[in-house]
Write a protein that binds this ligand. Sequence first.
Ligand code: NCD
Length: 363
Amino acid sequence: MRRSLIDILDLSIDELNELMDVAVDIADNPNKYNDSCKGKILATLFFEPSTRTRFSFEAAMYELGGQVIGFSDAKNSSVSKGESIADTAKTISCYADIIAMRHPLAGAPLVAAQSASVPVINAGDGGHCHPTQTLADLLTIRREKGGFDNLVVGFCGDLKYGRTVHSLITALARYKGIKIVLISPEELKLPFYVKRELDLKGVSYRETNDLENALGELDILYMTRVQKERFASIEEYERLKDCYILNEQKMKFAKPDTCILHPLPRVNEISVAIDNDPRACYFKQVLNGKYMRMALILKLLSEDKPVDQLDYLSRCEKVEIKGAVCSNPKCITQTEQELGQSFKLVDKEYNIHRCVYCEKKVR
Ligand code: NCD
């Protein structure tokens, strides 16, 4: 196995700083990096739709002088014939030096990383996490605000299924004096396992459904799309889809230097008129994402020694629970042949265990 990026906590604060420094250097001196990945191949295995993330990885590799293979639709891969993620990862390791994988089921990139002999990057797994979007978000925040300490960051919209929200909150919880405001309807509240990261790090946060009221205190507002594809019922999606729309009228409540972020794609949650507001930073975020992915590819390819354990798994206190089965229909354990169940102890006091792949609580 090689060092992979499965979860944003796989990178230390120092490593994040180092990646951001490299990304800025790439932005300032692109020619310096033209040949850095000459002869190297990136495989993009996208089992779920994507515009930004896939093109961003591909552009990143081309700009480093490398090449790209891959697919953007699972129908074009042998998975449609019933091949497992583990076998796909072993196979692709024979053709590529590094893999970026997106999958609708939580935990799929972790399964791939356990079988691949090249680094695997999680490019979004179901409604779980999306660490490379966090890299884009962090660089944008650092460039706009000069750092992270003491920022008041609001997250608005679909905090339940929004994987970019889960990863960014987890990353921000490590900085000093951060305050988080969670703005969502009751039905789309942040999952408990992410709130726990905030509790563990002693981060102050509050939950509200009132965007207008919260706006005035925010240094950063992270808007999100309601994640239609993750809803079990279309009626519920229809009911919630327009829950927040940031328009010029609402922007009057924001501070003069509030930075508006969005991982994109946007549906209607930010009115197009706001794009010209100097506080709108979501297209800068896209460009920053490419530089961060370039820095990440360089880093993972330079760490050429095999590892015994993935960073993510080394943080899990794995436990055997006889007969227990993950009940999350969107977990990779539901479809991956012979993967077996794997649980971690997350709370000793209350004896709470969660699935290693998707964080679903074991009942
Ligand atoms: C996000 C994703 O795929 O989770 N998009 C992205 O990667 N920039 C957000 C979304 O789809 O809403």
